[in-house]
Design a protein around this ligand. Structure first.
Ligand SMILES: CSCCC(=O)C(=O)COP(=O)(O)O
Ligand SMILES: [Zn+2]
Length: 449
């Protein structure tokens, strides 16, 4: 006797096959038959999934072993099991459609926002559970294909919780899931539709037949110095504060094991320098301090120095000696943008630790919670377009959905090359006052998203 679920799964597979989404023996499809112990009802491996009768379905346990029915379990059962375990799905449907296959490959191509395919501004998004507006952006995770299904499933696992009921595998296809078979099928049809739209639109854009879609700004990426706080706060307060305290800080922490790796990195940098001022000197406390002070004076960036400065500033902020005087327009603009659902991120040459301290101890109270992402030069140099692409990828956004604000034209140039929208911050005390070809703002309040 076959169950109603088996009838439904068999019919669903036939319908999906008829759409051309699992040609040949492609695709595999499963439903949860029992949860404790877990039993999946699924098609056997290596057969045409459009003609599997209900009684030909097999039952598979939580280890991927066939416990009832004729035939082998698909190697991809491991990914089905991972999806069920991570999301509580009641059904998992895997297709090999042309749209899913070509777009997943395209996403992983060089220079793309590999790792995610953003989908937005389409009414059909509302067919995905939890999405109530076409404006909501979803980021479909994309993983490189791997014949080692245990490894592929382990890589997929952490991405599944935030995934929009779907996952792309490069050059392979789509996995979609739902709380039951009906919802999984709806999610599959919606995602396939969104993917179809996406590649057709890309084609028309490439042919110059369709203007690149204005998708609206979804995130603001902010430089700090000269953009949200006065340049002199950094150059005349923060840097001298750390410079003056280097000696005492290093002396007091000489036996602190936490400082040992920093001191080792500083000594290595000293050994590698050709600076005459320290050549021939034995590395000792004073030469180390002089070396670091000379780096600060020349505005040279050494990661260990940045970290040391962060530790010294930490003490200064904690004691109340330091407080960042953000421009008056900053806190209201940040709050308004967050209130409108815009994501906020920082990209500054100061370390992420220093960035967080600055916003945590500002004249407008602790604003650090408004930011979802923090980037420093460990992501890449601020004058390189690749850094802005990496930032967009880390945020799961297209570069054109991000507005970057900075007082340095070379940085704006790189961000523009990567595809970001830009604004030149023209604050009174900034060294660069000419906006060149960039739109200038004198206050964040002038920015309309
Ligand atoms: C020609 S299909 C290659 C295997 C595959 O990716 C697939 O989805 C079908 O696998 P199954 O083992 O379920 O037949
Ligand atoms: Zn497959």
């Amino acid at each position: 006797m076959t169950s109603a679920l088996a009838e439904q799964l068999s019919q669903t597979m036939a319908a999906i096959h008829a759409r051309g989404w699992c040609d040949g023996t492609g695709g595999n499809f499963s439903c949860v038959l029992a949860r404790d112990p877990l039993i999946l009802l699924m098609a056997p491996s290596g057969v045409d999934k459009g003609t599997v009768a209900p009684e030909a379905l097999i039952q598979v346990d939580a280890d991927g072993h066939v416990v009832a029915g004729e035939g082998r379990a698909s190697a991809e059962t491991l990914l089905h099991l991972e999806i069920v375990a991570r999301t509580g799905a009641g059904a998992v449907l895997h297709t090999h459609s042309h749209a899913a296959t070509i777009l997943s490959d395209w996403c992983l191509g060089e220079g793309r926002d590999a790792g995610h395919l953003p989908l937005q501004d389409l009414e059909m998004l509302k067919g995905l559970a939890g999405i109530d507006s076409h404006r909501r952006r979803v980021a479909l995770p994309v993983l490189a294909n791997d014949q080692d299904l245990a490894r592929l499933s382990a890589s997929a696992g952490p991405l599944l919780g935030d995934a929009p009921h779907g996952l792309l595998i490069g050059g392979h296809g789509l996995y979609a899931w739902g709380c039951d078979l009906a919802e999984a099928r709806r999610h599959l049809e919606i995602l396939e539709w969104l993917l179809e739209q996406r590649w057709r639109r890309l084609l028309l854009e490439a042919l110059g037949q369709l203007p690149s879609r204005a998708i609206g700004i979804q995130a603001v990426l902010l430089d700090i110095e000269g953009t949200t706080c006065p340049v002199p706060f950094v150059s005349q307060v923060l840097f001298p504060y750390a410079r003056e305290r280097l000696d005492a800080f290093l002396r007091e922490g000489a036996n602190d094991p936490a400082l040992a790796p920093l001191i080792a990195a500083i000594d290595a940098a000293m050994a590698a320098t050709d600076s005459n001022s320290i050549q021939g000197e034995t590395v000792n406390h004073l030469s180390r301090v002089r070396f670091l002070q000379s780096l600060i004076d020349q505005d040279r960036k050494l990661p260990a120095l940045k970290e040391l400065q962060g530790l010294i500033w930490d003490e200064g902020y904690a004691s109340g000696e330091l407080r960042c005087p953000l421009f008056d327009d900053v806190a209201p603009a940040l709050r308004a943008w967050r209130g409108a659902g815009v994501e906020l991120a920082v990209y500054s040459s100061g370390s992420v630790k220093a960035q967080k301290l600055l916003y945590r101890h500002s004249n407008a109270s602790d604003l650090s919670g408004l930011f979802s992402h923090w980037f420093d030069t460990t992501t890449g140099a601020k004058g390189e377009a690749a850094s802005y692409r990496a930032i967009a990828a880390a945020m799961g956004l297209e570069t054109r959905a991000i507005l970057f604000v900075s007082d340095v034209k070379a940085e704006l140039e790189a961000a523009r090359t990567a595809g970001m929208a830009t604004r030149f911050s023209q604050r009174q005390e900034n060294p660069e006052q000419d906006p060149g070809s960039f739109e200038a703002i004198t206050s964040l309040a002038e920015i309309e998203l």
